[in-house]
Design a protein around this ligand. Structure first.
Ligand code: HAX
Length: 442
């Protein structure tokens, strides 16, 4: 057993016992009430699941095992070659075992993922069988599904596995998947945009730097950005579409490949992860409509108003939970100010940040007029030469694997059951409303 696995097992045994006690002794403690509006409106604010890896506060933003993004940027180990941004290996370690890793523990994970990164040939063949202009997220999900042939969880289950072993096989599948995703993603990128001129992994590099290398970006800039990017996109507690879907599908004991692929189908939606692609396309459309160059704030305001009157969303703005500027946006803004300083698209992002919130607020219906993570990420990628907007959600997906798969391992270790919430018809709801009204009239 590797040391991370040992450590996880020790922690999981303790928590699994605690959870059993909590359910037995305090299972009837109420966590909230459910309203008709919540049932109709996407279960907003309804607590319905447990996620150990991170917690989202509407006013403050995400905390991974209690640490905010600015804290993590300072405290998580960096690459030994003078790296200044955290290594994503660290956020995975933190989410999985709840402890800040040492440099040595990080190298252990880097090496473990290097050992596991071999992608079977048939996965590349399946990608090749798709038309080259297939959306990169479709290619990504198809490749993950093709790789399900490798699931040790599915094989062990078919042979007849004891419940107590679920976590072990989920761990193995998750580690293999995380190790292989950058190769698959890079393969899709090079196939679609670089004439199939593929680049082999470099076994001297960390996970994020190797990804940048396989995509075709050498030098420190993209490596540094990838380390930050893959860290901050990793998790956003359990209720977002990609995390919740992975958890839900996994709850049927579908193996980690099936569960993660399902989550990625959710990430591919424009109201979720595809928003990063939408933001860039929306900014480029604005630029083109003005003949290039920097727009004025008035022109940006006009463009936002037109987007709203056309019945479209302003991509990169709003959130189902957050009610303030997303700290993942702020981290990227800080990255821009520290390392890039001057860039037209990044400047437009800053101008939109000044102009959009009051306009969105003035509609009276948008609950969060502030930018989310997707408002900034594309501008940084374009600056370093990745212009292919429709690939951006794949980068998000590679990062999101760290959080949702760490959670999936926890689900299997703590005996999380099949998820099966109830539903009502509108007739049922009307009857309940009538009954409630009768009760108050008494
Ligand atoms: N532009 C225009 N209208 C918006 C809006 C925006 N950015 N954000 C919310 N609204 C609208 C909603 O569409 C809704 O309109 P209707 O009542 O006509 O249906 C109304 O305002 C109330 O919505 P809300 O309660 O404020 O927001 P929701 O929780 O329903 O939705 C979304 C949250 C993120 C989906 C929403 O803000 C949105 O569509 N934003 C733009 C797309 C985007 O950036 N998505 C990425 C979110 C972060 C993420 O998951 N990253 O991967």
């Amino acid at each position: 057993m590797d040391s991370l696995k040992d450590k996880f097992k020790a922690k999981a045994d303790i928590l699994a016992t605690e959870i059993k006690d909590i359910i037995k002794n305090n299972g009837d403690v109420k966590l909230g009430e459910i309203t008709v509006a919540q049932v109709y409106q996407g279960m907003r604010g309804m607590t319905g699941m447990v996620t150990e890896t991170s917690r989202l506060d509407p006013e403050e933003g995400i905390r991974f095992r209690g640490y905010s993004i600015p804290e993590l940027r300072k405290m998580l180990p960096k690459a030994v070659d003078g790296g200044t941004e955290p290594l994503p290996e660290g956020i995975f370690y933190l989410m999985l075992v709840g402890e800040m890793p040492t440099q040595e523990e990080i190298s252990g994970i880097t090496n473990e993922w290097l050992k596991r990164n071999n992608v079977p040939k048939h996965v590349f063949d399946v990608i090749e069988s798709l038309p080259v202009d297939t959306h990169p997220m479709t290619q990504f999900v198809t490749a993950i599904m093709a790789m399900q042939t490798e699931s040790v969880f599915a094989k062990a289950y078919a042979k007849g596995m004891n419940k107590k072993q679920y976590w072990d096989y989920a761990y193995e599948d998750s580690m293999n998947l995380i190790a292989r995703l950058p190769r698959i993603a890079a393969y899709i990128y090079r196939r679609k945009y670089k004439n199939g001129n593929h680049i082999e992994p470099d076994h001297k590099l960390d996970w994020a730097a190797n990804f940048a290398h396989m995509l075709g970006f050498e030098g420190n800039d993209m490596k540094r950005l990838m380390r930050l990017y893959l860290t901050i996109h990793a998790d956003h507690e359990g209720g977002n579409v990609s995390a919740h879907t992975t958890h839900l599908v996994g709850s049927a004991l579908s193996d980690p490949y099936l569960a993660f692929a399902a989550g990625m189908n959710g990430l591919a939606g424009p109201l979720h992860g595809l928003a990063n692609q939408e933001v860039l396309a929306w900014i480029m459309e604005l630029k083109e409509s003005l003949g290039g160059g920097l727009p004025t704030k008035e022109q940006i305001a006009e463009y936002i108003k037109k987007t709203l009157t056309d019945g479209k969303v302003v991509p990169g703005y709003g959130h189902a939970v957050l009610r303030k500027t997303d700290p993942r946006f702020t981290a990227q803004q800080d990255f821009y100010k520290t390392y890039i300083k001057h860039d037209d698209i990044c400047e437009i992002v800053q101008m939109i940040y000044e102009v959009a919130p009051p306009i969105l607020e003035s509609t009276g219906k948008i609950k969060n007029p502030w930018p989310n993570v997707d408002a900034h990420s594309g501008a940084l990628l374009v600056h370093y030469g990745m212009h292919e907007h429709d690939f951006y959600t794949v980068l998000f997906g590679v990062s999101r694997a760290l959080g949702v798969l760490a959670s999936l391992i926890w689900d299997r270790a703590t005996g999380s059951p099949i998820e099966r919430p109830g539903s009502l018809t509108t007739e049922n709801i009307k009857a309940k409303i009538k009954a409630a009204q009768k009760e108050t009239a008494k």
